[in-house]
Design a protein around this ligand. Structure first.
Ligand code: NAP
Ligand code: MG
Length: 490
């Protein structure tokens, strides 16, 4: 029987009812000190505030580590390395890493809520991506800790010593895991500086280290801004620097450590091409394009910020893309239905606005779906630019926000040429039905990671890193372990 619609019934609404995740699970103290030698201690420097970018609410006061504080942390790390951690059998170190991984899982909701509050990212992502990746990295590297001598890493792989690690604000927990887990598995101790705008989850992780009874000084967290990072990088008793952040700061760091015995890995910016051929399954490709640029508000070093679409399907892809973008829900990061959260800081919002205005002024067509943005906090709607040429600044510079530039191509050779026409080389995506084309493209693209018919997929066992101005060194997998060992070889 065919149902006749009852005209008296109002048209059903497909709006989602609010589904807020409770923040009752997190307990934010009014102020935080530094985590040095297994204890929370007062800093000798000033304090700064960290805010919730979705509301501009001040969350806590954070100690800004001075050079003297950094020195105390490095000394603690050195003692822990010499007396305890480097002497401990790998299988014993592994137990601590497994314990940390399990506590991360047990406290997963707390970590996810706190990450979303301090960073602005949707709870759906912190809960389903960031926190599981944090646990996965510790589980993965725990498995390596007792196998260093038996995995063809060389005759006598040994730890480097003290690692100074500096991370950005876009994936505070995930970046912490990428840095700390391999360092500890290889027998190093660490001093880590989280980003100024997102220190809270690193401090919660410090609490987890205490809960896991990790020996004092093995992990030290020094909060602060650029000056704290500089002091850590320049400290003479640090053996290895691991940095993730902007190319500008990466270059400064390379200059600072030049001529010293420190080893360095740099994970820097990107301007990835997401390349859609006319034989690709278009709806899937559009989904991948959306994930590639709007995941984490586009604050992703490997974001697919340049869509290269084959001319014959460009109009069709763009129409489907706009339709899909109109369904993205922008707003409260703690709402479980939110797809796009808050921009991390007023500073970053200003940068996104400025580059987008330049894109318009240079003649590209700008489009965003209608969306009501909250009155307070830092917000930017998902945005697409069409008619972009390779000379446009939005095609060359990293916007680091939810802004996609669309360019077209006719032949595979032209796609490769355009994709590689960037000073960066971190990632790329290829969408096509042909396996042979995927392999050919992957060989031609100068990017550390090439995703085929997918995008933004990460795994603890897969090495990640860049070419050219995207930096050097690899994190993740066996390669990520080698970066923390001496006497080892690939
Ligand atoms: P950033 O300014 O370079 O900051 C990164 C970290 O370095 C922060 O902790 C920062 O402290 C600190 N820092 C700033 N100046 C320093 C100095 N002179 N010496 C030592 N440390 C210093 O980068 P951002 O703008 O915060 O982060 C976004 C950038 O990171 C983007 O360009 C993105 O592409 C890149 N990124 C790359 C990857 C990758 O894996 N390749 C991953 C994520 C992000 P404060 O924040 O406290 O100032
Ligand atoms: Mg910064």
């Amino acid at each position: 029987m065919v149902k006749v619609p009852d005209t008296a019934t109002p048209t059903p609404s497909f709006d989602y009812a609010p589904a807020p995740e409770s923040r009752a699970i997190v307990d934010i103290a009014p102020s935080y000190g530094l985590f040095v030698d297994g204890q929370f201690v007062d800093g000798q420097g000033r304090a700064f505030k960290t805010i919730n970018p979705a509301t501009e609410e001040v969350l806590a006061e954070i100690a800004e580590a001075s050079a003297a504080d950094v020195d105390l942390a490095v000394r603690a790390a050195r003692r822990a390395h010499t007396r305890v951690w480097s002497r401990m059998a790998g299988r014993e170190r592994a137990k601590y890493l497994y314990r940390i991984a399990r506590i991360v899982q047990e406290r997963g909701r707390e970590l996810a809520v706190l990450e979303s509050i301090d960073n602005g990212k949707p709870i759906r992502e912190s809960r389903d991506v960031d926190v599981p990746a944090l646990a996965a990295h510790f589980f993965y590297y725990a498995g390596w800790a007792d196998k260093l001598d038996h995995a063809g890493l060389g005759p006598d792989p040994r730890s480097l010593g003290v690692a100074g690690q500096v991370i950005p604000w876009n994936f505070p927990l995930m970046m912490l895991a990428w840095k700390i887990a391999p360092a500890l598995a290889a027998g190093n101790t660490v001093v880590l500086k989280p980003a100024e705008t997102t220190p809270l989850t690193a401090l919660l992780f410090a609490e987890i280290c205490q809960q896991a009874d990790l020996p004092a000084g093995v992990v030290n967290i020094v909060t602060g801004a650029g000056a704290t990072g500089r002091a850590l990088v320049a400290h003479p008793d640090v053996d290895k620097i691991a940095f993730t952040g902007s190319t500008d700061v990466g270059k400064q760091i390379a200059r600072t450590v030049a001529g010293t015995s420190k080893t360095v890995t740099l994970e820097l910016g990107g301007k990835a091409a997401n390349i859609v051929f006319d034989d690709a399954p278009l709806d899937q490709a559009v989904e991948g394009v959306v994930n590639g640029i709007f995941f984490n508000q586009g604050h992703v070093c490997c974001a697919g910020s340049r869509l290269l679409v084959q001319e014959s399907v460009a109009e069709e892809v763009l129409a489907r893309l706009k339709r899909r973008m109109a369904t993205l829900r922008v707003g409260d990061p703690l709402d479980k239905n939110t797809d796009v959260g808050a921009i991390n800081s007023a500073e970053q919002l200003a940068k996104i606005r400025q580059l987008s205005d330049i894109g318009e002024a240079e003649g590209a067509g700008r489009w965003s779906p209608p969306c009501d943005l909250p009155a307070t906090g830092f917000w930017f709607p998902p945005t697409v630019f069409t008619g972009v040429t390779q000379a446009h600044r939005i095609a060359r510079e990293e916007v680091f926000g939810p802004v996609l530039s669309v360019l077209t191509f006719r032949t595979p050779a032209e796609a490769v040429e355009k994709a590689n026409n960037t000073p960066y080389g971190l990632s790329a995506g290829v969408w096509t039905e042909k396996g042979s084309r995927i392999l050919w493209m992957a060989n031609q693209l100068r990017a550390g990671t090439v995703w085929a018919n997918t995008f933004n997929k990460f795994d603890a066992s897969a090495p990640f890193g860049g070419y050219k101005e995207s930096g050097y060194g690899r994190e993740g997998g066996r390669e990520g372990l080698l970066a923390y060992l001496k006497g080892a070889s690939a």
